[in-house]
Every structure is written in C-alpha cells, then in structure tokens.
Design a protein around this ligand. Structure first.
Ligand code: ADQ
Length: 461
C-alpha cells in the first residue's frame, strides 16, 4: 500500500483518547496509521513571519506536520476567502458572500505556501489526499512544482449550481486549478452534477459514462462518495456509562415530556432560525401538545472572528428569548438553548434520550449529526429523524421524515407526525436507516475514495 499524505486546513488527528474526536479524524487517523502516512496542515496558530518551519508530532502511530501562518494569511485566506467568500457561496448564500480581491490573493498565496512547505515531505510512491474548499488550488500548485504523484481532492460542502458559481470572479481559475487532481470526490450526485455542468458549459469539458471528465488534455475521475459516521463506535458510545448517566439526567429533567433535539455548529447554513420558528409553529398549531414537548438545541459558537457569525448568535438568542417569553409557563420552558460543545459520549446519551432528532439545515454537504442520531438510538424504542431535504444525507436517508427547512408548516407537521408515530413504524424506519449508516460508515467512505485514487494510472514521466 502506498503511503498516504492527508492535507487539510486544520489537522485533527485522533489522539487515542477514545471518543473525543469526530468520525472523520478517526477514519483518517486509521488510514494514516495503516499506511505509515503524514497529516499536514495549519496548526491554528499565528506567527509574526512565515518561515515554513514544520512542527512534527507523532501520536499513536500517526505523524502530524503543522505550520503556523501569518496574521495576514489568516485574515485573507481563512477568515476571508474560505469563510466569507467560499462558504456562503457554496451554501447558496450569495447575499452573504464577500468578493474581495485581497481575499482571493491571500487564498492563492497561502495555498502556494502550503505547496512549497509540504513538497519536501512527499516521496515518489505517496498518494496525496487533499481535503475541502480551503485548498482548491493546492493540487495544481503541487503539479506546477513537478509533483507527479496521485493526488485526490474531497469536497466536504455542496458544490453550487453553475449560475451561482459564475458570480465568483475567480470561478474559472479555481475550477481549472481543480483539474490538477486525479480524483475529485463529492458527497452526492447532485453536487457532482453541478460541478459537471460548470465544467461542460464554461470550460467545454466532456464527461463520459464513468464520470471521467476530460478538459483539453487533462482527465479527472469524478466520484460521488458520501461520508459516513463512525456508526458502530457511536452506537457503543451510546451504551457507555457516561451516555447512560446523561440519558437519565436528560430524561428526568423533561419529566415525561417528549424531547426534541438539535445539535449543530452555530452556522447560518444549519437553518437554526427557521427551525426555532418551525417549532414555534408547532406550539401554536397544537395547543393540546404544547406542554408535552421540550426542544433542546445545542449549538456551540464557531468562527467567532467572522462578523456574520456574531450576528447569527445575537439573532438566535433573541428568538429563543422571545419564544420562551411568549409560550413558557410556570413549570415549562419550550426551548433550552445551550451554546456549548459536549464530548461525543455525552452527545450520544442526549441523542438516545430524544424522541425526535431535528436536523434541518438549509444546505449541507452531508450532515453527520443525522447519522449519529440514528446510530445512538435504542433498537427497541428508537426516536424519529426529521431531516432537511437539502442536506446531502437526504439522498441516502429517505426513511427519515424529509422536510423543506424553509417551511415552518412542514417542520410543524413533521413534529406532529413523529410524536404520533406508532412504535412498529418507528422501528421499521430506524432499522433501514441503521443498516445504511452501518454499511456505509466512515471507513467505507475512506476506502471508496482511496480505492478510486489508487485505480488512477500514474502520470508518465
Ligand atoms: P459540519 O458543518 O461541521 O461539517 P456535520 O457533518 O454535522 O457538520 O459535523 C459536525 C460534527 O461536529 C458532528 O460529528 C457532530 O457530532 C459534532 N458536533 C456538532 N455540534 C456539537 C456539539 N455541540 N458538541 C460536540 N460535537 C458537536 C462539514 C460539512 C458537513 C459534512 C462534514 C463532513 O458542512 O456537511 O457532513 O463536514 O464531511
């Protein structure tokens, strides 16, 4: 097996502490351990002057190699182009996307720095796997510097429709740079098709029946490769002592009411405002059920350096306060809104204690919370997943109650339907969902992608 080099903006290699990291870190760490590979990326730290100095650490059989970035790079590449331009645009929010030439230049410069710094670590037989939208140009920068290894790229967020993407001044440059990769992976056929539309209509590319894109002399394998959760591990966590204790605490705190849970990073793509309004609609439409439910939303702040994220935090605090003010009684509060992250075993216990998992992003590449919610359920008495039809996960999970997250009525109706759902129907839907998340878990995803990458013939000298 070739050695694997994973390159991503942040390096989150699992430390072997069990359950502290998400499935992605666990899966990539396992692959790196098997292949004796390296995980390279930004340390998250700032330095006065970029030197390209690499900090190596070795943990549990995996080597991580990280570099510090200058303040200007962090502002323009990370807070700027990645989080204020690409993230909103790729989640269909051109109203929030900021198109600043300095951001684009900083993004390009930082990718060149990543390329120059990582090159000495690459050996001739290594396979390189670049992760996500922070690094679109990296493969091309490596090619320009003579790297002939197999290089794959995986996009963790949606690919926007062609007409939205054309609003980005650098769209064509970015897509042309992506042609430096051998394999490009997307979570769903929908995102793959949107990419294909752009490559065909704007670059004159041709895509054959095996999803091989040809543009000029360059060929790229496109694949739909949906990421999974660490389902078996998450199910085991849900039965762990800390999960049980959490389950009991949460269960006792709702005193016989049905618990509805939402768990998300605090981000406008997650549809939290719309979710709160959908839940309020349910309270208004179903006065008899009002005090029979409690909604727990867990949403730790993210990307605090970007103003839009400070705004959404204020908006949600205001909305939760208003809904609670209008609807609460002496012994009942409709929404518990918690701005904090929790360890995975605690989350697993909360999921298992919840009658409904409410996962309603306006747009999401995949959404792993939906899969984790399913994995954590009690097989004898599973809860119901309500899932946005605009999450990538919806393509694999039609047995969830699929809703349009923009519609308060649809969210309200789905909550009513889930609460009334008989046990046999809950079990039937859950079994199919559980089989899916178990069979197509994060290890399956990693293998599917790396198999596709290893199947690409090496470039001739
Ligand atoms: P995210 O947008 O971060 O990921 P998601 O897929 O839901 O979204 O993953 C979030 C992870 O963080 C989950 O493992 C979840 O358990 C964890 N998490 C969320 N809130 C938490 C909390 N309060 N405490 C502790 N953990 C919490 C991006 C894309 C997604 C895509 C993933 C992986 O936006 O669409 O599914 O990458 O490709």
């Amino acid at each position: 097996m070739s050695r694997l080099i994973v390159i991503s903006n942040r390096v989150t290699a699992a430390t072997g502490e069990g359950g502290a990291q998400g499935g992605l870190a666990v899966a990539l760490t396992a692959a790196l351990r098997e292949s004796g590979g390296i995980w390279f990326g930004w340390s998250g730290e700032q330095t006065d002057q970029f030197t390209g100095h690499i900090n190596f650490t070795r943990n549990d059989g995996v080597t991580t190699a990280t570099i510090d970035l200058e303040e200007q790079d962090i502002d323009e590449y990370y807070n700027g182009y990645a989080n204020r331009t690409l993230w909103p645009l790729f989640h269909y929010r051109i109203d929030l996307a900021e198109y600043e030439r300095d951001f684009a230049l900083g993004y390009q410069r930082t990718n060149e720095r990543f390329a120059e710094t990582v090159i000495p670590l690459i050996e001739p037989d290594d396979a390189i796997w670049v992760q996500d939208y922070h690094m679109f140009p990296l493969g091309d920068e490596l090619r320009k510097r003579g790297v002939r290894n197999r290089i794959g790229f995986f996009l963790h967020i949606p690919w926007p429709p062609r007409r939205l993407l054309t609003t980005l001044p650098e769209a064509q440059t970015l897509v042309e740079a992506l042609l430096g990769y051998d394999v490009i992976g997307f979570h769903t056929h929908e995102w793959l098709d949107s990419f294909g539309d752009y490559a065909r209509d704007e670059l004159g590319g041709v895509i054959d029946e095996n999803n091989v894109l040809t543009v000029g002399g360059r060929q790229v394998q496109l694949i739909a490769c949906p990421i999974g959760s660490d389902a078996a591990e998450f199910a085991a966590l849900a039965a762990s002592p800390r999960a049980r204790e959490t389950h009991e605490r949460v269960h006792n705190s709702v005193v016989g009411r049905a618990l509805i849970v939402g768990v998300d990073r605090l981000d406008y793509s997650k549809g939290l405002e719309e979710r709160f309004l959908g839940y309020e609609r349910f309270l208004i439409d179903n006065p008899g059920e009002r005090k029979e439910v409690t909604f727990l939303q867990i949403a730790p702040p993210s990307r605090g350096g970007v103003e839009t994220y400070q705004r959404i935090r204020n908006t949600l605090e205001g909305l939760a306060g208003r809904i609670n003010g209008e609807h609460a009684g002496l012994d009942w509060v409709p929404i518990r809104y918690v701005n904090q992250g929790y360890p995975r075993d605690v989350l697993a216990g909360v999921f298992r204690a919840s009658r409904i998992g409410l996962v309603t992003p306006l747009r999401d590449g995949m959404n792993l919370v939906a899969k984790e919610y399913v994995a954590a359920q009690n097989p004898a008495d599973p809860g119901v997943l309500i899932l946005s039809r605009f999450a990538g996960a919806a393509e694999q999970m039609p047995e969830a109650l699929l809703v349009n997250p923009h519609s308060a009525e649809e969210i309200s109706d789905a909550i009513g339907r889930a609460l009334a759902m008989p046990l046999d129907e809950r079990i039937r839907r859950w079994q199919i969902l559980m089989e899916g998340v178990t069979n197509q878990d994060v290890i399956w995803w990693r293998k599917k992608f790396t198999d596709a990458l290893m199947a690409v013939p090496l470039t001739e000298e």
